[in-house]
Design a protein around this ligand. Structure first.
Ligand SMILES: C[S@@+](CC[C@H](N)C(=O)[O-])C[C@H]1O[C@@H](n2cnc3c(N)ncnc32)[C@H](O)[C@@H]1O
Length: 206
């Protein structure tokens, strides 16, 4: 897979991107699935889903540059994505999917910005603002037996994500994890933290 990020302000894929892209590619039921990616950035995860045989991959982002980049990366890799501009589920409010995936902004921050490149990483209190919104709304956008796959860090408290999924009627579990050194933005905010773990959490509709 070849992914480029020629436009300024579009999130460059990192280890969390590739971890989720690999998990999605290996996901049971991906072949012929209707897939939604929330916050697509460069489109790397969406392209991975499309190359793994998804029937259609819809990608949502608040950044039009991200959507253009995802469209371009899909073309470069010989697949297609359907771009939709807007806030999380708003542009697909009437639609349901078999698999919903997201690497949301999850850096703990004082507030969620309304514009600029930092929308890609600022996650509000505990880094959980966008995560919580996805967990609470996702069941209304899943087909029976549908799955959500979310990636985030140990600083966001994975047990709260599992609880939020349970509260929304999904069975949650951690299906992949990777330990690594703390990235520069998190290190600035949490200078005492030496390591973080990245989790892929799966929620399945009960
Ligand atoms: C951490 S980046 C992940 C990008 C890409 N999926 C990846 O893993 O490399 C988060 C993305 O979510 C987008 N985003 C932030 N808030 C959003 C919202 N409320 N609705 C839709 N997209 C959002 C950002 O513009 C950014 O592209």
């Amino acid at each position: 897979m070849h992914i480029i990020t020629p436009l300024p302000g579009v999130f460059r894929p990192r280890s969390d991107t590739w971890l989720l892209a690999d998990v999605v590619r290996q996901q049971d039921g991906l072949r012929d699935a209707e897939v939604l990616e929330l916050g697509t950035g460069s489109g790397a995860i969406a392209v991975s889903a499309a190359k793994g045989g998804a029937r259609r991959v819809t990608v949502v982002d608040v950044s039009r540059r991200a959507l253009a980049t995802a469209w371009l990366n899909a073309r470069i890799n010989g697949v297609r994505v359907v771009p939709r501009h807007g806030d999380l589920f708003a542009p697909v409010s009437e639609q349901r999917f078999d698999i919903v995936v997201s690497n949301p902004p999850y850096l703990p921050s004082g507030r969620i910005p309304t514009r600029g490149a930092s929308r890609a990483w600022e996650g509000g209190a505990g880094g959980r603002s966008i995560l919580e919104r996805i967990c609470s709304d996702v069941s209304q956008h899943l087909n029976p037996g549908g799955t959500v796959l979310l990636v985030h860090s140990s600083v966001n408290d994975v047990s709260r994500t599992l609880e939020a999924l349970e509260d929304a009627g999904l069975r949650g579990d951690v299906i992949a994890r990777e330990r690594g050194s703390v990235g520069p933005l998190l290190a600035e905010r949490m200078p005492d933290l030496e390591e973080e773990e990245i989790y892929v959490v799966r929620g399945r509709l009960r």
